[in-house]
Design a protein around this ligand. Structure first.
Ligand SMILES: [Zn+2]
Length: 216
């Protein structure tokens, strides 16, 4: 298979995930961005200022670690610098997804942490999901701020802004995004009714052997 054909397959997967993100309400308007590392310092990414809900493979940009457009139309999102930080820190990942899902953002606005051990499925899949300090979306500062966090976590809440997930492939990074937002919705609803129960130390420790290591 030629390199070109291999990229076409990845471009189609990016379009499919963009549609799912849009249909699930994780992004609106032209929000969000998706990328795949196809080679060392070579990436496919979604263009900026375009809805990710109806992307076509021809719109997907081939770029490098200088954010130059090597293939495709439009421009590379300023938030792609944050993706590059994740790729720099994690040689084991091949995909990054960033979205603006409602419940995850709401929890960060009111300082409800997703690190508190409440939901066993979230702990078993992602361990802790930390919230980073606030940074202007798409800024160099925002790209720097994630570095210490992404080294040891596959999902981050970007305070007042959104969610960033990484995976060995795009389907894994996307499934982490779904998991985070579904968990945030449960926590949001629980907090509306009552202070949710926190797992006991014993209950938490039983989950540790099942905990997914970011670098495994
Ligand atoms: Zn964003």
């Amino acid at each position: 298979m030629s390199k070109q054909n291999r990229y076409d397959k990845y471009k189609k997967i990016i379009c499919e995930i963009g549609k799912r993100m849009y249909q699930n309400g994780f992004i609106s308007s032209t929000d969000g961005n998706i990328s795949i590392r196809v080679d060392k310092n070579l990436f496919l990414c979604t263009p900026s200022n375009v809805s990710k809900g109806d992307l076509t493979p021809k719109q997907i940009i081939l770029t490098n670690n200088q954010c130059e457009v090597l293939e495709g139309k439009g421009s590379v999102s300023s938030e792609f610098y944050t993706h590059l930080s994740a790729y720099d820190e994690r040689k084991d990942i091949s995909a990054v997804v960033h979205a603006h899902p409602t419940y995850s953002i709401v929890l960060s606005l009111v300082d409800i942490s997703m690190c508190t051990p409440i939901l066993p499925e979230l702990i078993m899949t992602l361990g802790e999901v930390p919230t980073t300090e606030y940074a202007t979306p798409g800024s160099k500062e925002g790209a720097e701020i994630i570095k210490p966090w992404i080294r040891n976590h596959n999902a981050l809440i970007l305070k007042s802004h959104g969610v960033l997930t990484v995976g060995k492939d795009l389907s894994q990074a996307y499934s982490y995004l779904e998991r985070v937002e579904h968990s945030a919705k449960i926590l949001f609803l629980a907090h509306l009714i009552h202070k949710p129960d926190i797992l006991s130390e014993e209950q938490y420790l039983k989950l540790i052997p099942k905990l997914h290591s970011p670098n495994s």
